[in-house]
Every structure is written in C-alpha cells, then in structure tokens.
Design a binder for this molecule. Structure first.
Ligand SMILES: [Zn+2]
Length: 319
C-alpha cells in the first residue's frame, strides 16, 4: 500500500499558542491535542489551523485580534521553516507528498468578523488565508451562524459578495457552523466545492452542528468534503465516545454518497471530549488501521487525506 497522506481539516491550536504561556508548539506538550512533535509522530502531512477569535473580542476587537493571530501563525512557520511549510497553493500542497519530513500548515479563519469588506478579504488573502468558516455560532456581517435561532437569517449582501470573491481568489468556503438558511444561500451561489471542515451527520447524532441528509447530498453534488469532527458531543451526543463512533459517521456518509466526499476535521484543541483511543494527533495511524480494516486500502487513503487533497486542488490558487 502506498504511504498514507494524512490531512486534518480543522484544529483550534492557535488558541493555545495565543493564550497558554506554558504551551510550546515545538515541544511535546502534556496538555492540548497537538504540537509539531506529535503532528510528526501522527504522520500528519497537512494540518488546517484555524484563527478562532473568542466571543469576548467580537465585534469591535475581532479585526485586531485576527491580525495578531495571523502574525503569531506566521511567526510559528517562519521560526521552523525546515519542518513547517505554509500551504497557499495547489503546487505547495502537491509538493508535500514528496516531502514527508515537512508538515504543511494551511491558515483558516473560523468566523468571518474580521472580513468587513472586499479589500479586507484581499488583505487576508495576501496574509496566506485559504479557508474561511463564514461564521462561528453567532450572526455576523456575512451570515447567520447555527446558534442564531431567532432570526431565520441567511447570507447577507456582503456575505454574497465575499463568497463570490473567495471563489475568484482561491479561498475555500467552509459551511461548518452556518445556520441552515445560510448553508443553502451559500450553496446557491458558490461556484467551488463546498467544504464542511468539521461537521458530522445529523441522522447519526442529532446535534444542531451536524449536517442534515440534504446538506450532505449537496456537498457531495459539488464534489466538496465533510471533515469528521471528533467531539464526542457531535459524534454521539455524550461526553464519551470511541473510534467506532467516528467510523459510524463515515459509514453513514459513504453509504449515502460514496467515499469521495468524507475526510477528517478533528477540531483538536477546540473540543473537550475526544473519543477514547483518539486523544490526540498521534493516534491518527490507529484510525487509519481501523479504516483499512473496515473499508479497504483505497477508501482508507481517501478518508485519511486524499479527499482533502482533491478538494483543495480544486479550490486553492495556482502559485
Ligand atoms: Zn468550530
């Protein structure tokens, strides 16, 4: 079997980098779910790192806080360019396959509060931003998030302009956390594959953060991707889960629309209760082994990272 290309579509480790003075990305930390030594141990080739701005900074401090996080992210990559590679184009991502000693990091934004105009989107594109989760749970100037249950709102006028501009620039449109109305508004106008970087199947676990069947079908229609979230709450609705729960969501989605549109979106360092046996990124090879056993080599490779590669090849710009 060929080497496994492992890609994880979402983590909130930048929160740890920003807030925990005892955390060091370059040391094997006892706390948290990932750092560079553990990414390497887990064989992770591509890790999407979200800039997640905490609610206390919204709305007025969202822009300066997002800029600070983007700066911290670049400082991280620059301080160890032997081992880290900033992924901003298809070519850079493809080159990762030939450089197993390097870990690719892709800069994402979780919650678009800092994107207040087309020009601010353009500025963040030049800072290397390549994936935007349009909202977190709240409403913002782009769209309503899933936690905004009173208004029934969808994508705003600005949100529509921003999605179209993201399509043109080569920034992925991430529909995780959107309200259902926002999701369908995005689906109507987005010309690139839809990305749900860290969401599961609602029929398996009826959490509002999970995707209904028609949403799953739509993402597959666009040749997009659903990254399976490792939060026990989203896997089975409790604080306790296992690798079997991850497999259940993968099996449900692949039974509906095949193995081409499902990947991983751990949400490590953003979740409190990961599954037993999947406590941190070093456990990815254990999951791979289980996927091979259940679905065969080819399908396991797709789920572990090839599907992320395929979708990013359609979304990212050429360098
Ligand atoms: Zn999230």
């Amino acid at each position: 079997m060929e080497a496994i290309f492992t890609a994880d579509g979402h983590c909130d480790t930048m929160l740890r980098v920003m807030n925990d003075p005892d955390y060091d990305f370059f040391s094997n930390n006892g706390n948290g779910h990932l750092d560079l030594p553990r990414l390497m141990e887990g064989g992770v080739n591509l890790q999407v790192m979200a800039l997640f701005v905490e609610s206390k900074f919204k709305p007025f401090q969202a822009l300066p806080r997002t800029l600070e996080m983007a700066g911290a992210f670049h400082r991280l990559v620059d301080s160890n360019s032997d081992k880290l590679e900033l992924i901003t184009s298809r070519e850079k991502m493809e080159a990762l396959k030939k450089k197993p000693q390097k870990t690719g990091l892709l800069m994402a934004l979780e919650g678009g509060e800092a994107i207040c105009s087309l020009d601010s989107l353009y500025a963040f594109f030049h800072l290397g931003l390549r994936l935007i989760t349009l909202t977190w749970n709240q409403r913002n100037q782009l769209a309503d998030g899933v936690g905004e249950t009173c208004t029934g709102g969808g994508l705003t006028v600005l949100g529509r302009e921003i999605v179209k501009a993201m399509n043109g620039l080569g920034i992925g449109v991430d529909v995780s956390h959107l309200s259902e109305k926002s999701f369908w508004d995005v689906a109507e106008i987005c010309e690139k594959p839809l990305i749900a970087s860290h969401s599961n199947a609602y029929e398996v676990c009826n959490h509002p953060r999970n995707l209904k069947d028609d949403q799953i079908d739509k993402i597959a229609d666009t040749e997009g991707i659903i990254g399976i979230n490792f939060s026990s709450y989203f896997l089975n609705g409790t604080k306790k889960s296992s690798i079997e729960d991850i497999i259940n969501h993968i099996e449900y989605i692949s039974n509906r629309c095949g193995f081409d549109w499902v990947g991983l979106g751990s949400d490590f360092d953003g979740i409190g209760f990961p599954p037993e046996g999947m406590e941190n990124v070093t456990r990815f090879p254990v999951l791979a082994k289980e996927l091979i056993k259940r679905f065969g080599d080819g399908n396991a490779l797709k789920i572990m990272g090839e599907n992320w590669r395929t979708v990013l090849n359609k979304v990212l710009p050429s360098s």
